[in-house]
Design a protein around this ligand. Structure first.
Ligand SMILES: C[S@@+](CC[C@H](N)C(=O)[O-])C[C@H]1O[C@@H](n2cnc3c(N)ncnc32)[C@H](O)[C@@H]1O
Length: 270
C-alpha cells in the first residue's frame, strides 16, 4: 500500500514528518477548492470567527482557510513543519502557529467557534482527541475532520502492479492488496455519533486526481511515514522497484486518485 493516511495512532512515527518539511510542502497535494469551500461554509469561517486547527503541518488547509478572514490558532507538534507553516502564513496576522502536541496543549479560556483537523486526526491519541476537541469548542460550534484516502482510479493498473514492489520490500504489506472505490469506503463515525459532546454528524467527500512524473511520485512516497520508517535497504529497494515500473511500463507518468472525506459534527451543550 503506498499511502499512510489511514494509519492508526502511532506516537513512534508521528515525528517523521518533521524530518522533511520542505518535501512535504512540495510533494503533498493541496485540498480541492470544493473541499475548502465546504469547510468554510460549514464552519462559518470569516472575519470575527475563531478557528482551532489541529496538526496543520505546513499549512496546506490553513492557508486556504485563512483566506476567509477568520482567526486561526494552529497547534502543530513538529517545529520544522510549523516553521514552514508560519512562513506560508506570514501574510495573515490573525493566524498563530503554536508548537505543541495537541494532547498536551493548554487551550485558551474562551472556546473556539470551530475546530478542524486535516489528514491528521488518526495521529492523535484516540483517548484524548474527541473530548479535547469538544472542550475547545463552544456549544453549537463545528468540528470538521478531513480524512484523505487513496482510492481506485487514475493509473489503476499501475497501482495493482506496484503491489509486487511492496510485497517484496515492505513486510507489513498484506498479499493481494487492492484499492477501494470511494463509494465502498466504510466510514466509521462512531467516535462522534457515540460521543455525548457531538450531534448532527455528516460525512461528505471530494475527489481529485493528480498526475506525477516518476521523480514527483518518488518524492511524494518519501513524505509517507510508513515509507520513511522502512530500513534504508528496504526503502531504496522499494523506490528503485517503483521507479523501474513507472519508467518501463507507464512512460514515466502515473495518476493517483484521492478521496478527501469530510466528517462534520456539531458540539452539544453537554
Ligand atoms: C499527514 S500530516 C497533515 C498535515 C496537514 N494537516 C495537511 O493536511 O497537510 C500530519 C501532521 O500531524 C502532525 N501531528 C502528529 N501528531 C500530532 C500531535 N499529537 N499534535 C499536533 N500535531 C501532530 C504532524 O507533525 C504532521 O504535521
Amino acid at each position: 500500500m503506498d499511502a499512510s493516511e489511514s494509519r492508526v495512532h502511532d506516537p513512534k512515527l508521528r515525528d517523521v514528518f518533521d524530518q522533511a518539511p520542505e518535501r512535504y510542502e512540495r510533494a503533498r497535494p493541496r485540498y480541492p477548492a470544493s473541499l475548502v469551500e465546504e469547510v468554510v461554509r460549514a464552519t462559518g469561517a470569516g472575519p470575527g470567527v475563531r478557528v482551532l486547527e489541529i496538526a496543520p503541518g505546513t499549512g496546506k488547509l490553513t492557508v486556504d482557510l485563512a483566506g476567509s478572514g477568520c482567526a486561526i490558532t494552529a497547534v502543530e507538534i513538529g517545529p520544522r513543519m510549523a516553521a514552514v507553516a508560519r512562513r506560508r502564513l506570514a501574510a495573515f496576522p490573525a493566524v498563530e502557529v503554536v508548537v505543541a502536541a495537541f494532547e498536551e496543549w493548554g487551550p485558551p479560556p474562551e472556546p473556539f467557534d470551530a475546530v478542524v483537523c486535516a489528514t491528521a486526526f488518526h495521529w492523535l491519541d484516540p483517548a484524548v482527541r474527541t473530548p479535547k476537541a469538544a472542550r475547545s469548542l463552544r456549544p453549537g460550534g463545528l468540528l470538521g475532520v478531513v480524512a484523505t484516502h487513496h482510492v481506485a482510479g487514475g493509473s489503476e493498473e499501475f497501482f495493482a502492479e506496484v503491489q509486487q514492489c511492496y510485497e517484496r520490500w515492505d513486510p507489513a504489506t498484506p498479499p493481494g492488496l487492492r484499492q477501494t472505490r470511494e463509494a465502498e469506503l466504510a466510514t466509521d463515525t462512531t467516535e462522534f455519533t457515540g460521543s455525548p459532546y457531538f450531534t448532527d454528524v455528516t460525512v461528505g467527500g471530494h475527489a481529485q486526481e493528480i498526475t506525477y512524473t516518476t521523480e514527483q511520485y518518488l518524492d511524494l512516497l518519501l513524505t509517507y511515514s510508513n515509507h520513511r520508517a522502512l530500513a534504508r535497504p528496504a526503502r531504496h529497494g522499494l523506490l528503485a522497484c517503483v521507479r523501474a515500473l513507472i519508467d518501463s511500463r507507464y512512460d514515466g507518468v502515473v495518476t493517483k486518485r484521492y478521496w478527501h472525506e469530510l466528517i462534520t459534527a456539531v458540539r452539544t451543550d453537554a
